[in-house]
Design a protein around this ligand. Structure first.
Ligand SMILES: [Zn+2]
Length: 299
């Protein structure tokens, strides 16, 4: 534009004006860059390296396939941070969908310790929904025996992993022994299958149906930083438990607690793999995959 011929004086004035404008912009820019370096709030473009070139749109998606436990021994609680985790045992049951809806309304993710023989096709959509919500699926054995009096501990745990994985594509990394009954051998077997043994240190005995108010008060009286709370979404009517939790969650948050899943509480990382066809509504773009995730190659 500058080098174009100017046939009229108006054109020359215009050209000079443009030159002045260019110079002004240059000066302002130089000044404001220095201003930014001093921390001034000049309306300059931010200092630092230039933005990287836009990468072409990636079509790859990733789905959650499990989590990675670590540590030896059984966990009764997590680190003494202002975090708590809730585990619901003995499902899936016909009451579990109401728990899922309650948790969605409360914007809360929990860990469901499931009995393998109950994990069946009619629950598939609900379990995928739990995973999409950020809930975690855990192993609570196949038939709920006392593992310290059972042969075939490995089969109890493995069959449950298989049931959950075949329905959802997700393999659990946390295990809760029925009745809290475990020993060194049970823990070792669990560990060999990638499962951490997880107990609890807050127990409102909700399975005895003591009343909604009592469940709520017991939890709030026992909870400490890093607590793991046990409750139940299966094995009988869980109406009281379901009714207690919105207030429990609200009160915990009012006390400054973050409610997290058990793997989050214990620092176990989620595992994702690329998926193309079999995402089942679970596929996430790379930017939505959690920062702490382990990304493995597709099997
Ligand atoms: Zn149980």
């Amino acid at each position: 534009m500058w080098s174009g011929p100017t046939t009229r004086s108006g054109g020359r004035i215009l050209a000079l004006a443009v030159l002045a404008l260019v110079l002004t912009v240059f000066v302002v820019k130089a000044t404001s860059t220095r201003g930014a370096a001093r921390g001034a709030s000049a309306p300059a473009k931010p200092a630092g390296p230039p933005a990287p070139a836009r990468t072409p749109t990636l079509t790859a998606r990733y789905r959650l396939v499990g989590c990675r436990s670590h540590g030896v021994g059984a966990y009764l609680h997590g680190p003494r941070r202002r975090e708590v985790a809730i585990g619901f045992d003995d499902g899936p049951s016909r009451e579990t969908p109401a728990f899922v809806r309650m948790l969605e309304r409360s914007h809360t993710s929990v860990t469901f310790f499931m009995i393998g023989k109950l994990v069946s096709a009619p629950y598939k959509a609900m379990l995928l929904r739990e995973l999409r919500d950020g809930d975690v699926l855990g192993d609570h054995t196949f038939t709920h025996p006392d593992l310290t009096r059972t042969v075939g501990v490995s089969a109890q745990l493995e069959q449950t992993i298989r049931a959950i994985r075949s329905l959802t594509g997700y393999a659990p990394c946390v295990f809760r022994p029925p009745y809290g009954a475990y020993d060194e051998s049970v823990m070792r077997t669990a560990r060999s299958l990638g499962l951490a043994t997880v107990l609890w240190n807050v127990d409102p005995s909700d399975y005895l149906q003591p009343g909604t108010g009592i469940i709520e008060r017991r939890i709030l009286a026992q909870v400490r930083p890093g607590s793991i709370i046990i409750s139940h979404d299966g094995g009988g009517s869980r109406r009281q438990t379901l009714a207690a939790y919105p207030a429990v969650i609200a009160r915990l948050r009012a006390r400054g607690y973050r409610v997290v899943t058990i793997p989050q509480l214990l620092g176990f990382r989620p595992v994702y793999v690329p998926c193309s066809r079999l995402c089942e509504g679970m596929g996430l773009p790379r930017r939505k995959v959690p920062h702490d995730a382990v990304i493995e190659e597709a099997p």
